[in-house]
Design a protein around this ligand. Structure first.
Ligand SMILES: Nc1ccn([C@@H]2O[C@H](COP(=O)(O)O)[C@@H](O)[C@H]2O)c(=O)n1
Ligand SMILES: C[C@@]1(CO)OP(=O)(O)OP(=O)(O)OC[C@H]1O
Length: 161
């Protein structure tokens, strides 16, 4: 018997002048970066929420509360490794992941493969199981005005036997 569980995640972080831009663990040269208590890696945050959502385990704020100083400046890939552990402990594996980053600037296409490889390494899966797309918001709304970058993620988990 095969069991499937699907989850979705969303996050948005504000763009500011004095922070690095980190997406999927890749530091991208840009005049603005994402603000947050952690490294503000919005893609990895949306992905963690999708994975937790698939197993009805709550959200990242439950495991890594922004009020807790230990997560200040946290490397989100390290948090993702902890989320992956929760999945493995429960006997699930990742079937595939799909993600959309909404960013007016910079061009993300040249960095997508590196993001996939970073995430795949942490999750111990093939990079081809991870979809990552980038889109502008056609200059509409907060992402379109370059006030922030948002990400949406979908995760499909599978358990056999
Ligand atoms: N930050 C971004 C946004 C988009 N792209 C790539 O450009 C294509 C066209 O984007 P539209 O929003 O105009 O549809 C998109 O499909 C991406 O390939 C990007 O690299 N970085
Ligand atoms: C991982 C955390 C830890 O503070 O990161 P933040 O940078 O606060 O980002 P947010 O997506 O607002 O909330 C998730 C938090 O749990």
């Amino acid at each position: 018997m095969i069991a499937l569980r699907i989850g979705n995640g969303y996050d948005i972080h504000r763009l500011v002048g004095d922070r690095p831009l980190i997406l999927g663990g890749v530091t991208i040269a840009h005049h603005l970066g994402l603000d947050g208590h952690s490294d503000a890696d919005v893609l990895t945050h949306a992905l963690m929420d999708a994975l937790l959502g698939a197993l009805s385990l709550g959200d990242i704020g439950h495991y890594f509360p922004p009020s807790d100083a230990q997560w200040r400046g946290a490397d989100s890939l390290k948090l993702l490794a902890q989320v992956n552990q929760l999945i493995i402990e429960r006997g699930w594996r990742i079937n595939n992941l799909d993600n959309v980053i909404v960013a007016e600037q910079p061009k993300l296409k040249p960095h997508i493969q590196a993001m996939k490889e970073n995430l795949a390494k942490v999750l111990a899966i093939d990079p081809d199981l991870i979809g990552i797309k980038a889109t502008t918001n056609e200059r509409l709304g907060p992402t379109g005005r370059e006030e922030g970058i948002a990400a949406y993620s979908v995760a499909l988990l599978v358990k056999e036997g």
